[in-house]
Design a protein around this ligand. Structure first.
Ligand code: FAD
Length: 458
């Protein structure tokens, strides 16, 4: 039986997003659903050396939109700016030289596919879509002068989109000592930010000799709310296939999985009860990487290996640039929640936009959300450059998870979001989940990833 269930994007708290009136640079204008920020001290750039020279790039041939961050958000926005208006001059700034996808990396972890399809060339994307790829790191911003500073020089923009993603916040585990944080990052990487983490995790699973392998799901709204649960199923499947006498312990502060709860709980119970121990409603008090000990209440868990996923927060760079909402528990961006303009100190910057996982709205932090949001935002920026606009569209979250590999089996969820101005809340709209696992939904996980990667990179 197909189950359609409203709890499916789980216990993500969609409510309670406070709206506040904000002013614009040209006058005071109340806008519903806008983050409030208290400090609008203008941030001025402090750079020297090569960063203080003009970047070695072609001169702008028209209205220049600079997009920072070549993840799912930035890649979609760069492409669709050109699709909406080929006359726009688009520059994508990304610090990585090669794109490696997070989505579908679980299939690679489980040995179901090679690494190569996850890897894409930024150069191919730029050539196919006629924009400039600038392999550099953003280090500073001067919003008054409309200049971004990178480690390869500065460039001017007419509009700027920042999509730098997230950072980890280990402090929420009670781990503040830099040595302990570094130990956790290096020896027990979460596997939610970088390709190096994925490679380390893959080697850990492949080389595991048996014992307890710990995974953690963080509190709050975290990147890809299905992945800790899917990963538990995939690692358990590998242990079974490779005849490794290992147990996967998944520690979760929630009562049940954050998403697709019914489908994941059924998979834990019916496919992996001999391998997965799901510790729900379990808060981590502290972790000692040296003794490999996790303290939870009165108990300790000693692990043989682990991927420790701490709470996430908006990219630290945004805090330095003064673009974070001080009221945000996860230090996410201060933006107009419909037009995505930066609103530091409650004052809208009409030329700076922020998107992707660093957004403050309680949408699922997923690739599909970033992709659909990115298409809308690209259309908006392109329209505005011509003095027009487009109506707000909800992003869409679609997520397929592989829960078994012999035989292959998947589950799925899909939703959109709506804003209730009276209650000043976000809620789900058109929420649909299928908890009954089958081969078709596992196949769809591959198909979805390939279709979207192909679209962004060609
Ligand atoms: C293991 C895993 C599995 C997942 N599976 C799915 C899935 O099945 N479906 C789904 O929809 N989503 C999935 N996701 C979630 C999805 O990957 C993220 O939501 C998505 O990547 C967010 O896109 P983003 O562009 O906001 O951030 P990112 O993809 O993190 O991109 C940010 C980019 O900004 C760059 N950057 C940061 N700072 C700078 C700087 N100063 N200068 C230059 N560049 C900078 C970074 O290098 C990075 O390339 C998964 C995530 C993980 C970790």
């Amino acid at each position: 039986m197909t189950t359609i269930n409203r709890r499916d994007l789980g216990k993500l708290s969609l409510g309670g997003i406070a709206a506040a009136g904000i002013g614009t640079a040209t006058g005071s204008q109340a806008i519903p659903g806008v983050a409030s920020a208290t400090d609008n001290t203008p941030h001025s750039a402090h750079v020297t050396g090569i960063a203080n020279r003009p970047a070695d790039l072609p001169a702008a041939k028209g209205h220049r939109v600079v997009v920072v961050g070549g993840g799912w958000s930035g890649m979609t926005i760069a492409k669709y700016l050109k699709v909406n208006d080929p006359e726009l001059d688009v520059v994508l700034i990304e610090r990585r030289a090669v794109f490696i996808s997070h989505p579908i990396s679980g299939a690679w972890l489980a040995g179901l596919m090679p690494m190569e399809p996850l890897m894409r060339s930024y150069l191919d994307a730029a050539a196919a879509n006629n924009y400039i790829f600038f392999n550099a790191s953003l280090i500073d911003l001067d919003r008054a002068q409309r200049k971004v500073y990178t480690d390869q020089g500065w460039l001017a923009y007419d509009d700027l989109v920042l999509a730098p993603g997230l950072d980890y916040d280990y402090g929420t585990f009670g781990v503040d000592d830099p040595t302990a944080v570094n130990d956790l990052k290096t020896r027990y990487p979460a596997g939610f930010m970088s390709a190096s983490e994925h490679i380390s995790l893959n080697a850990k699973v492949r080389n595991f000799k048996g014992g307890t392998f710990v995974l953690t799901a963080p509190p709050g709204i975290f990147r890809c709310s299905a992945t800790p649960y899917e990963r538990a199923c995939l690692i358990a499947s590998v242990f079974k296939r490779e005849k490794i006498a290992g147990k996967v312990v998944l520690i979760d502060p929630r009562e049940e999985p954050a998403v697709k709860a019914e489908g994941f709980l059924a998979a834990f119970d019916e496919l992996h009860s001999d391998t997965i121990e799901y510790m729900s409603s379990t808060e981590i008090e502290s972790i000692d990487p040296e003794t490999r000990t996790i303290v939870i209440g009165f108990d300790d868990i000693v692990f043989d290996d682990a991927a420790i996923y701490p709470r996430i927060r908006g990219a630290r760079l945004l805090e330095y640039l003064g673009l974070v909402d001080p009221a945000s528990a996860q230090k996410e961006a201060a933006i107009d929640r419909f037009a995505y303009n930066a609103t530091p100190g409650g004052v809208m910057d009409e030329h700076v936009y922020l998107a992707g996982d660093c957004r403050p709205m309680p949408f699922s932090k997923s690739g599909n959300t970033a992709y659909t949001e990115g298409k809308y935002l690209a259309a908006l920026i392109a329209a505005r450059a011509k003095g027009s606009t487009v109506a707000w569209e909800s992003p869409q979250t679609i997520c397929y998870s592989i829960v078994g590999i012999e035989p292959m089996a998947g589950i799925m969820v899909r939703t959109k979001y709506k804003y209730d101005a009276t209650a000043d809340n976000w809620d789900y709209e058109d929420n649909f989940a299928v908890h009954e696992r089958d081969r078709e939904k596992a196949d769809k996980a591959f198909e979805w990833a390939e279709t979207h990667l192909d679209d962004m990179f060609s």
